[in-house]
Design a binder for this molecule. Structure first.
Ligand code: TYD
Ligand code: MG
Length: 453
């Protein structure tokens, strides 16, 4: 080899920086995942790359692999796409390891499934597999924290799916920093993405997220992977919600609902009433149901409010599961257009059970929950409400009216407060609560909701 001539094997797509080996991050410009194989040292491209006309490409959707867990498959957009990388993020104890092991067990029928564990010993994983039953016992396990071992195992055993639990525990010797540092998790992820594409293996990455966000978490990896799933829940409750926050192969609107039990996670097929168990029996002051649309499903969730006098200036406004800005706006509209004095009251609003009501149509349910808490009077029966509040106090129509009404009725709501519909009345035999009040403004909504006692 000629002395002094650099052996270039990789070059950055962005800045052209050349490196002798592959790196997750370009030392030249700092971009991630941009280094690509530039061929052997000093050699240019031997042939002109061929290009393809889009219209000549087939339209077949990529084949998918069912995990056997319907709620997970639906959130993924219909199973796992070979060669894709899915990051499952969530706080410790939420059930990530359980979900991943159950999915691997369900996929055993498709071929080898491999679990690379850096957090637990094979014995611990085996104990969990016994608890879960199903196909979990068929899963192959490798306990190792070296990225090089993980890559070699994937290339040697060619599993259909490989899970890494967790991405923070893997360590690449060529990169500085301890396991779990931002540089490490990015390099580990970038290399796993590469092997997934090359071998057509699905890689499931488990990512720990701490409440403080202290660890180099999934945030830093989102753009490297195809799909990001967030596994969330309320520690006090038995159920867990899985959502896609990024999905190259499906929608991000779907939510999967699970319950954690003695034999692992079970699917909650019809979550429409899940959040309302206590609503019908408990103290309903400050509570209003909201028929939320989640992807292809309507789910009845419970919006709860607590209102109390305060000397603190400005008074507190806290929102869990609803948007803070929307809450502030709803409070302003209630004060201005419905005569509620909230300027010297703290207002807390939360969606029960860790569910979310991010849709603007949640405004009316928030308004009724706050009004009920403020008056100390419950809404009639179980009241479900939806509709977006304008700053003028008008209630705007919201989409999916018939589906929302059906979900309200299924969830046991006796009363519904909804916007006036611009459309002709839907079929009279459609499922809906006993009393449906169609209102034009927030004041009218309050009158209707409290009058039907
Ligand atoms: P785990 O999957 O280990 O959570 P993560 O990987 O996100 O940290 O499980 C979380 C909790 O679930 C754990 O405290 C034990 C409990 N669990 C059950 O209740 N039933 C079961 O069958 C399993 C496997 C776990
Ligand atoms: Mg775990």
């Amino acid at each position: 080899m000629a002395a002094g001539r650099a052996r270039t094997a990789f070059a950055c797509d962005d800045c052209g920086h050349e490196a002798p080996r592959w790196l997750g991050r370009c030392p030249g410009c700092g971009a991630w995942g941009t280094l690509a194989d530039a061929g052997p040292a000093g050699a240019g491209l031997s042939e002109v790359p061929s290009v393809v006309r889009l219209a000549d490409l087939g339209s077949e959707a990529p084949p998918r692999r069912d995990t056997g867990i319907g709620e997970l498959d639906r959130v993924l957009g219909g199973g796992l796409v070979p060669g894709s990388v899915v990051l499952v993020g969530g706080e410790p104890g939420i059930g990530k390891s359980t979900l991943v092991l159950q999915a691997l067990g369900g996929l055993c029928g498709h071929g080898t499934t491999l679990l690379i564990t850096g957090e637990e010993s094979p014995q611990q994983v085996a104990a969990r597999a016994r608890r879960l039953g199903g196909g979990a016992g068929e899963v192959q396990v490798l306990a190792d924290v070296r990225l090089e071992s993980a890559l070699a195992a994937i290339r040697a055993h060619r599993p259909v799916v490989c899970a890494v639990d967790s991405v923070q525990t893997l360590f690449c010797e060529a990169v500085e920093g301890g396991a779990g540092s931002v540089g490490q998790v990015r390099e580990v992820t970038a290399q796993l993405v590469r092997v997934a594409k090359e071998e057509g293996v699905v890689v499931l990455l488990v990512g720990q997220v701490t409440k403080e966000g202290g660890l180099a978490g999934p945030r830093a990896l989102e753009h490297l992977v195809d799909t990001v799933l967030a596994f969330e829940g309320d520690d006090l409750r038995e159920h867990r919600v899985l959502r896609a926050t990024k999905n190259r192969f499906g929608s991000t609107n779907e939510a999967g609902v699970f319950e954690m039990g003695p034999a692992g996670l079970s699917e909650v097929g019809d979550p429409s009433t899940l959040y309302l168990q206590e609503m019908a029996s408990g103290d309903r002051v400050g509570s209003c149901a909201f028929p939320a649309i989640e992807g292809t499903r309507a789910v009845l969730v419970e919006v709860q409010a607590l209102v109390g006098p305060t000397n603190i200036v400005p008074p507190r406004r806290a929102a869990v599961g609803v948007d803070r800005t929307r809450l502030a706006q709803v409070i302003a509209v209630l004060s201005r257009h419905a005569g509620l004095r909230l300027g010297d009251h703290d207002v807390f609003v939360s969606v029960a059970g860790g569910a979310r009501a991010a849709d603007p149509a949640a405004d009316l349910a928030i308004a009724l929950a706050v009004a009920s808490a403020h008056r100390g009077v419950p809404l009639a029966g179980v009241t479900a409400a939806y509709g977006e509040l304008g700053l003028t106090g008008a209630v705007r129509p919201a989409g999916h009216g018939p589906r929302r009404l059906a979900a309200a009725a299924q969830g046991g709501a006796a009363v519904a407060v909804t916007p006036e519909s611009a459309r002709p009345e839907e079929r009279s035999d459609a499922l809906r609560p006993r009393a449906v009040h169609r209102i034009a403004g927030v004041r009218e909504a309050l009158e209707a909701a409290f009058a039907s006692q």
